[in-house]
Design a protein around this ligand. Structure first.
Ligand code: AMP
Length: 191
């Protein structure tokens, strides 16, 4: 979990690779459906473009189907789900989670990162107005989930400010997948 621009996608991909499990990113699935012009994509597009959440019943049905696939049998890493209390309840019903990693990033750094991403990736929802709306929706609908998972003892909060390799190190550390050289702070060969 984390606000838009916190680095969820970047760190989820790396961590999932290290854990040997697939990443299930609801945002990526929605964007793929939009690109493919499916019914789901047509439904989702207006919400994505406005910075609003896709309705729970649509999102939950999609996640249920994805997590039932064979490759998720031994585990998975969710990126961007759950984002509402209703989604938490559905995820509880599908399968419990082992841990919830939250990336915390200063607000101004987020807006800077998102505007930079807008130039490179051309996402339709990375305009300044939509960015501010997405940050507000996150504050209203998703921040309450933090205390839910904290009460369950599952929360792992991480400082998401700084360079990607620094944040990656913190993520791997809380996930318990650091090798000794990384523990000492040395960059990995991929960097
Ligand atoms: P992301 O790539 O995670 O920032 O998601 C991009 C957009 O996809 C969000 O702004 C929402 O419109 C939609 N989306 C992604 N995940 C969810 C979710 N769990 N619930 C509702 N909408 C979502």
């Amino acid at each position: 979990m984390g606000p838009p621009g916190a680095g969820k996608g970047t760190h989820a991909a790396h961590l999932a690779g290290r854990l040997g499990v697939p990443v299930v990113s609801t945002g990526d699935i929605f964007r793929a459906q939009v690109a493919a012009g499916t019914d789901l994509g047509r439904t989702a597009q207006r919400y994505l473009d406005a910075g609003e959440y896709v309705p729970d019943e649509v999102t939950n049905a999609m996640v249920r189907e994805r997590l039932a696939a064979d490759d998720c049998g031994a585990g998975f890493l969710l990126d961007g789900y759950p984002r509402t209390l209703d989604q938490v309840a559905v995820l509880d019903d599908i399968r419990g989670v082992d841990a919830v990693v939250v990336l915390r990033v200063d607000q101004e750094a987020l807006v800077r990162r998102l505007l930079r991403r807008a130039e490179t990736e051309r996402r339709s929802d990375d305009t300044e107005d939509v960015i501010r709306r997405r940050l507000q929706v996150y504050a209203d609908q998703t921040v309450p989930l933090i205390s839910v998972y904290d009460d369950r003892g599952l929360l792992r909060e991480i400082d998401g400010n700084g360079e990607i390799h620094e944040v990656r190190h913190r993520v791997l550390h809380v996930a318990g997948v650091l090798v000794p050289a990384e523990s000492a702070g040395a960059p990995t060969p991929a960097e």
